[in-house]
Design a protein. Structure first.
Length: 329
């Protein structure tokens, strides 16, 4: 299975948090969520004044799929920071494995295929939300198996029943271009939408250095197709469009890497290359003097995708991630 988001997460977890210089301007008609790593600084959150919700990477399931890890101190700090700035704060739970440096499909299957483990994970996650004063839970379980689709809905139902009154439940869904493809990826969109408050469609990582040749991170035309398919089962007012705020390199020799938006601009400027705007894809690209190809999604890309979300009457947009993307103001 293609690694849809994992390569970006690997690099961003280990890389420095660098702010970009060109703001992405947000309006008031769409709800704006920003995903953040625990390493994000308080000052970084303060600068992103266009946010409404901060979804903080916080807890994961263990390899056995039987329990939820504790909430890191830095994630707790960011919850307090969000509160200080009048933002909603959601705790993100995932199946990321530091050992694998990837999302762990086996751990997810072990949990979903075992009713007692499923209940234990749901109950523990709900307690983390309640005890930590979070405004909601963001479920980011990736590399889901098609055979576990029904159990994934059961997990969400258990979470809905156990979360505190008023706590929101959102789920991240890897983008696909047809309903059949969503189902093959384990997403029973209609059933999911009936349970959760919000579906956040991760329309990025269409191309990446470890799974494809050079290309747009989240081609605007591809995003439109993925969105149109999802809207056949998910009401528009329950759907967020996920937007990339980062870039990738494709060197002629060796493996590429991820870049913050600021790093992408600096790399191109230092090389003396010329950045070109791809109007159809809605992203920037450049070819360096050594043949390395660079693509990145910045504030201009963000504004176009806000337009796409508005056109479809969506609830809002969600950006991966605060600290890599252009500042949201």
């Amino acid at each position: 299975m293609r690694r849809i988001r994992s390569a970006a997460l690997v690099a961003f977890v280990t890389g420095a948090v660098v702010m970009a210089s060109t703001p992405a301007v947000a309006g008031t008609d769409l709800h704006v969520t920003g995903w953040a790593l625990p390493s994000a600084s308080n000052a970084l959150i303060a600068r992103n004044t266009g946010l409404d919700t901060l979804s903080v990477v916080g807890v994961s399931i263990n390899a056995a799929g039987s329990l939820v890890t504790g909430v890191p101190d830095d994630s707790k700090r960011l919850r307090r920071t969000a509160d200080d700035h009048g933002l909603r704060a959601e705790l993100l739970i995932n199946n990321w494995s530091n050992r694998l440096e990837d999302f762990d499909p086996r751990a997810l299957h072990r949990m979903l295929s075992h009713p007692a483990r499923l209940r234990a994970v749901a109950d523990q996650a709900a307690r983390r939300v309640a005890s930590g004063g979070w405004d909601g839970l963001n479920v980011d379980f990736e590399r889901l198996r098609a055979a576990d689709g029904a159990e994934f809905v059961t997990l969400l139902e258990r979470l809905r029943a156990k979360l505190p009154d008023g706590a929101a439940l959102s789920v991240d869904v890897s983008a696909r271009q047809s309903l059949a493809s969503y189902r093959e990826a384990g997403y029973r969109l209609g059933a999911i939408a009936r349970v959760v408050d919000l579906v956040q469609l991760m329309t990025y990582d269409l191309h990446g250095p470890t799974w494809s040749g050079p290309g747009a991170i989240g081609d605007l035309r591809w995003q439109r197709r993925c969105l149109d398919a999802a809207l056949q089962r998910v009401p528009a007012d329950k759907l967020d469009l996920g937007i990339a705020g980062y870039g990738y390199t494709w060197p002629e020799v060796g493996t590429g890497r991820s870049l913050t938006v600021r790093q992408a601009r600096r790399l191109v400027d230092d090389d003396g290359a010329t950045a070109e705007w791809d109007e159809d894809a809605g992203e920037w690209t450049a070819t360096l003097s050594d043949g390395t190809v660079v693509w990145w999604s910045d504030g201009d890309s963000y504004d176009l995708r806000r337009g796409l979300a508005t056109e479809h009457g969506l609830h809002g947009v969600a950006v991966w991630r605060v600290g890599s993307a252009d500042t949201l103001t």
